[in-house]
Design a protein around this ligand. Structure first.
Ligand SMILES: Nc1ncnc2c1ncn2[C@@H]1O[C@H](COP(=O)(O)OP(=O)(O)OP(=O)(O)O)[C@@H](O)[C@H]1O
Ligand SMILES: [Mg+2]
Length: 259
């Protein structure tokens, strides 16, 4: 692509990205245009532009949250529905610690070298994990699309504000039972172990719990499946116990799921 063309595309995209935004500043004080320009590198901006051209989204309405390795943007589709855009950051990523969750999973055996490829693969992996769960009827944000490091999925929440996590919600025994049911269904129906199941990665909505952040989820053929499953059960049990909910013995829960 010539430089002039790519400059043109970029300025067109910048305008598209920020033209329809209503709120001027984000809670963290960043101007929206600035976030787009400073957080997203050029290839990511081009990927978003491609997704606009392909009608996955009509425009990007601003950043929702910034994690260490991904940022979440609020996109809007042609039909005005909200879309969550999880953008994995290539530049700042510390993907070394993610290798154990990809190496050993036979679905991703021919791994190409290089951080960028690993990041792209990670986005694809989360998309596939979401799809496997969605198809098995497990409550996850509906996966919509993945290109490079950008994953598009159903937006859980309203007007660009994400739903409340378990951590930020009052919880009861019914929520505990649902959480264990999700872990069980993921294992038995979707043949996956979440790997990072916690009060941070589950929304509590009016229609029940919705689990997300599935990048770490591994196939049951992965050699560390049992260890990850135990850890997931332990973590969520600890959370509910701390909140005063009566919980079952995590060892028994584990035995029950894998039997
Ligand atoms: N589908 C979605 N709809 C609405 N909000 C979402 C969605 N997915 C993620 N979020 C919001 O973005 C935040 C980060 O998403 P996620 O946990 O998947 O990324 P992460 O890389 O693990 O980030 P962190 O390091 O902050 O946990 C979530 O806590 C949630 O508030
Ligand atoms: Mg998370």
């Amino acid at each position: 692509m010539t430089d002039i063309l790519s400059k043109k595309l970029e300025s067109k995209l910048d305008k598209k990205l920020i033209s329809k935004s209503k709120r001027k500043t984000l809670e963290d004080g960043f101007k929206k245009g600035k976030v787009v320009n400073e957080v997203l590198d050029k290839p990511t901006v081009m990927t978003l532009y491609k997704m606009i051209k392909d009608h996955v989204i009509a425009y990007v309405n601003g950043a929702v949250s910034a994690g260490k390795e991904s940022v979440l943007f609020w996109g809007v589709a042609d039909d005005n529905s909200n879309v969550a855009l999880k953008i994995y950051l290539v530049s700042t990523s510390n993907f070394k610690k993610r290798e154990p969750y990809i190496l050993g999973d036979p679905r991703f055996s021919n791994l190409k070298k290089g951080t960028k490829n690993l990041v792209y693969l990670w986005a694809k992996k989360e998309y596939r994990n979401l799809t496997q769960c969605f198809d098995a009827g497990i409550p996850v944000p509906k996966p919509l699309h993945v290109t490079n490091n950008v994953l598009a999925m159903e937006f859980v929440g309203e007007n660009g504000a994400p739903g409340k996590s378990l951590l930020d919600s009052p919880v009861n025994e019914n929520d505990y039972n649902q959480a264990i049911q999700i872990i069980d269904d993921m294992y038995r129906k979707a043949k996956l172990v979440h790997g990072d199941f916690s009060e941070y990665n589950v929304f509590k909505t009016n229609n029940g719990l919705v689990v997300f952040d599935l990048g770490s989820a591994v196939d049951l053929r992965h050699p560390n499946t049992q260890e990850f499953l135990k850890r997931d059960i332990n973590n969520i049990t600890r959370f509910f116990r701390k909140r005063g909910v009566s919980v079952e013995d995590p060892v028994q829960v584990f035995e029950e799921i894998v039997k």
